[in-house]
Ligand binder design. Sequence first.
Ligand code: PLP
Length: 422
Amino acid sequence: MRAVREMTSGSPTGAASTLDVAALRRDFPILQTTVHGKPLVYLDNAATSQKPQAVLDTLSRYYAETNANVHRGLYQLSEASTRAYAEARLRVKNFIHARLKCEIIFTRGTTEGINLVAQTYGRQHVKAGDEILITHMEHHSNIVPWQVLCEEKGARLRVVPVTDAGELDLEAFQRMLSDRTRLAAVTYVSNALGTVNPVKELVAMAHARGVPVLVDGAQAVPHLAIDVLDLGCDFFVFSGHKMFGPTGIGVLYGRAELLEEMPPYQTGGDMILSVRFDKTIFNSLPHKFEAGTPDIAGAIGLGAAIDYLNHVGLDRIASHEAELLRYGTELLHSIDGVRILGNAAHKASVLSFVMDAAHPHDIGQMLDSEGIAIRAGHHCAQPLMERFDVPATARASLAFYNTREELDALGKALERVHEVFG
Ligand code: PLP
């Protein structure tokens, strides 16, 4: 794996110092490109993030120098590949401060992690008349798997409301936990509003009623330092591609005591200790949940992304993004006819907005002609859009490599949208 010192450095003067964003941007080849003849302004980081050269190099070096299947070979290459895959698991464990390496299950992403828990833990524990508690600000991937499970079992999906500011109604959360609640599934950060939920508090409330909690960390991992032990959650899921890693790889963290008791999700090779036609004995954790050849390169690439994030520093990322969010919020407020959705006191760097004059799709298209990539749509959060009585929003979502100048370009382009459509 690429040594940290080989990467372009942020400011080396410690955690409190500011980021050298210009230098960090040079780590991302795609940020040097143009779109429609204009420099790319990439503001769709909540959908997926861009990849630094260190991650790209790790992937190509893996395929060029180490590629072999894991766990099976007795030859050097396979042993090297197996070792690198195991090291990636260790990096993830340390990144989220889990207790044990075997609590880290590699998945395809957040969506698969949630489905895994719904189809194993959920099917095992949820019965007719039981309840699953989610919130009104969940992504479809933290709604539909529970909806399907509830339909299958005759259970009830209960939804904690969101305030007009886009914050979770904590009193309602407390009130809606009941003796029938089998699991609470909540997002750490809303992809559509940017709201950061007080997950530690939610876990404490749920645990006081004996209810386990799954945290959807998809939008948290690029912005916040994660400590699953401190949060106290039972499951935590995220995707590599939203935190500067490859697509196709993600993580389910589960407390070992729970994972041990859960049946396998998929069956086949690697997840078994022995197979006879009359009986199969399943493998131990984490292999029990990793049937078939895993995304070896993806896991190793995710490990490189973790090294990269640690090198940049999550505390420095947080302060740079907080400043961008403040600047971007003021800028949007200064443009006629723009209304921001999601005004929570604690927000990640997501700016979701609508304009009186133009549909979000028109905004997205006009911005694209200026080389500015934002997302326009329901952001896989249709119930939340309905809650705010809009069909869609335009969303600029920021990463640590974004700059004030890019926000100025967004502001100028939105002024133009206002002129054309207003
Ligand atoms: N949860 C949240 C909050 C998300 O923002 C997303 C993706 O946008 C997902 C889940 C699904 O992630 P993936 O498509 O990587 O599985």
